[in-house]
Design a protein around this ligand. Sequence first.
Ligand SMILES: [Zn+2]
Length: 170
Amino acid sequence: MTNKNETRTIAGIALLSLAGALATAALLSSCATLFGRPTELVLPNQETAMGIIWGAYGRKEPPPKIYWRTGDSLDCNEHRGFTALTFQGNKCVSGRTVSPISVEVAWVDGQKMSETALAHELWHAALAYQGVVDPLHVTEGWAGTANCGCERASAGIVQKANAELQKVGW
Ligand SMILES: [Zn+2]
């Protein structure tokens, strides 16, 4: 049974929770403004390049939506990366996989697609579809990539996908 005072208290808590949620939302959006927003820019040859990479990974699902980080949105590593919350805290990254349907990639004007983290992030997305979360790059597919934590020297699937892009000049 709930008396009037308890009802007021519950209403008060609900209001405080709502205020807290609004404050948090405001904080997050101001951070997004501070660090710049990812854009929905579509680069020349992007759709075809995505098809090449996603095909190399053998995925049948639609590839994730790409949000490019450009210009003022690149706030670290001499405007080549962006600050993002990772499993190792805030770091300067060249890409981030938010989920299998959404990835962010840094793009510096004039950069070829094979020089960006596109293939790298798409492999994170492809792994996510297989239920694998590997932020430290210790599984076999990463072999041959700069961040690879594994010991194999053979080329990994990400490197092969980038090689396919380079063959067509991207
Ligand atoms: Zn990674």
